[in-house]
Ligand binder design. Structure first.
Ligand code: PEP
Length: 257
């Protein structure tokens, strides 16, 4: 199955940053004839960028015709209504998004998002035809207490609604302590959690749901991408800081090729 490499720009980027997205598209076009030849657009790598909501429409327009998928970073569960400041999955789709990140730890911690709310948002994403990327991950305190597997398994069980079975989606394992810190788990730790996520996905969704890719996220950079992406059950990467610069992001994509 194709690896999925997605950049999360978070609350970064004004109009001029679109040049970085265009550079990613140009780099991918060049690599089709070069070192990544035969993998992009085939079975090798799918690439996505999730800019702030204000840039989605412009990015989708400027990347039209390129293989780069555009995504949102969150959505409201409801399709419309009196929810000041929020954006629905339908609105993201109309703007040109095909992916949406849901349940990122910055939203779970900063906005009080529960597993049940994340599951409702996943249903909204599917309703609007978006491919959700569902984030899970333990805090440092939870890992140090020996609870990493249990915490992540509980999040998977609570955040993945039954309707996901047979639909296009991915789960991103993002240990909270590895996000933006430069710290990464060992490959053995990643393998252990990804195996637990896969087992939980199978329990919740059965065989059709269990085939979706499991991404790793947390301080992925060009220097560690190839090693992380070669770990068993790592089906791609969710990349924060290193997705803001096209050269770094392309370096990570190369690690998946
Ligand atoms: C993230 O926030 O999803 C993330 C993985 O961030 P970073 O790559 O900067 O650690």
């Amino acid at each position: 199955m194709a690896k999925l490499i997605v950049g999360n720009w978070k609350m970064n980027g004004l109009g001029p940053a679109l040049a970085e997205a265009q550079a990613v598209a140009a780099g991918l076009a060049g690599s089709l004839a070069g070192s990544l030849g035969g993998t992009l657009g085939g079975s090798g790598v799918r690439v996505g960028l999730c800019p702030p909501a204000t840039l989605i429409e412009r990015m989708a327009r400027s990347l039209s015709g390129s293989p780069v998928l555009v995504g949102g970073q969150d959505c409201r569960a409801e399709a419309s209504g009196a929810f000041t400041g929020d954006v629905s999955a339908e609105m993201l789709s109309e703007a040109g998004a095909v992916l949406v990140i849901l349940g990122h730890s910055e939203r779970r911690a900063g906005c009080g998002e529960t597993d049940a709310l994340v599951a409702a948002k996943v249903e909204a994403a599917l309703r609007a035809g978006l491919e959700p990327i569902i984030c899970v991950g333990e805090t440092l305190a939870e890992r140090e207490a020996g609870r990493a597997v249990a915490v992540v398994a509980t999040q998977v069980r609570g955040s993945l609604p039954q309707v996901l079975a047979g639909r296009a989606f991915s789960v991103a394992y993002e240990p909270v302590w590895a996000i933006g810190t430069g710290l990464t788990p060992t490959t053995a730790q990643i393998e252990e959690i990804h195996a637990a996520v896969r087992a939980e996905m199978s329990a919740v969704l059965g065989v059709p749901g269990a085939r979706a890719p499991i991404l790793y996220g947390g301080s992925v950079k060009p220097a560690n991408a190839a090693e992380i992406l070669s770990v068993a059950e790592v089906g791609g990467a969710l990349v924060g800081g290193a997705s803001l610069k096209s050269a770094d992001f392309l370096g990570i994509i190369a690690g998946a090729g």
